[in-house]
Design a protein around this ligand. Structure first.
Ligand SMILES: C[S@@+](CC[C@H](N)C(=O)[O-])C[C@H]1O[C@@H](n2cnc3c(N)ncnc32)[C@H](O)[C@@H]1O
Length: 263
């Protein structure tokens, strides 16, 4: 049969809340589609997708943007649309990893090690700025926007490509740096803050392997396991490069990767 007469096989893989990270072999959905080939979906509502129809659901760095009370229903929806035995892969910022690093650098910062003082400042932003910011990017965006700043390599290790790869290291006085960092940006206003609050950019909760396992278990998933970025029960997952960068490193190193099997 000529290729042009062959009907495209329906995709059996779905990426929900894909942002700009997607692969054409998947059905890709987002609340705010970044490209015409991405379809609109809202996880605050029941998913307009047929039951028992997908081999895999992938949802990366999305659940933390939803209210904690909505997430159990979302995971139940993922279980509903998966074929029996299908794989649900959830990726979120890993609260455990951030908390462990925070405690480590806190100890070093107590000894006034300048680098550790900066690392402590950055990890504090990972913990709080993402949940409390009042304008897009928040204090993290302000730090990343600097042409020169402290600990660029540490930040790259933490968050991967989102860090400015061009940022030049600049050793300075932490007190002075943080005084400059923690000021509102020009143009900030209460009205702009109000508009920003509805944008969905802020994190509304954080998860670790205990809380995410509980949620996946409650949604009916079995065989729930923590994965590495390049490890999955989804066939050929690594080839789609959803969790790896072009050099095979984790795309978002601050992540927790978990998979479960649908009943
Ligand atoms: C931090 S981005 C992650 C994008 C991508 N999955 C990744 O790993 O890079 C969060 C994405 O979730 C989407 N999102 C937020 N709330 C959503 C909702 N209620 N329904 C569907 N997508 C949502 C946003 O539009 C955004 O593209």
């Amino acid at each position: 049969m000529f290729d042009c007469f062959r009907k495209a096989a329906p995709k059996k893989l779905v990426n929900i809340g894909c942002g700009s990270t997607y692969h054409p072999d998947w059905e890709n959905y987002d609340l705010v589609p970044a490209q015409p080939e991405i379809k609109k979906i809202d996880l605050e509502r029941s998913l307009p997708l047929p039951g028992k129809s997908y081999e895999a659901v992938y949802c990366s760095h999305v659940l933390e943007h939803l209210s904690r009370s909505r997430v159990p229903q979302v995971l139940k929806e993922f279980a509903r649309i998966l074929q029996p035995g299908g794989i649900c892969r959830i990726v979120v910022p890993d609260l455990e990893q951030i908390a462990r690093q925070y405690v480590n650098v806190l100890e070093a910062a107590k000894n006034n090690r300048t680098e550790a003082v900066y690392q402590h400042g950055w990890l504090t932003l990972e913990l709080f700025d993402q949940m409390t910011r009042t304008w897009s990017g928040g204090f993290m965006g302000k730090w990343l926007g600097l042409a020169a700043g402290p600990i660029p390599d540490f930040i790259s290790q933490r968050i991967g490509a989102e860090a400015s790869r061009n940022q030049k290291p600049e050793a300075g006085e932490p007190l002075e740096f943080f005084a400059r960092l923690f000021s509102q940006p020009e143009g900030w206003s209460a009205k702009a803050e109000l508009e920003f609050q509805g944008s969905g950019e802020k994190h509304r909760w954080m998860y670790d392997q205990i809380s995410l396992r509980q949620l996946m278990c409650m949604a009916g998933f079995a065989e729930i396991v923590v994965r590495r970025h390049n490890e999955s029960n989804i066939t050929n997952f690594v080839a789609y490069r959803l969790d790896s960068d072009s050099e095979g490193r984790p795309r978002k190193p601050d992540s927790l990767f978990m998979e479960g099997r649908a009943p």
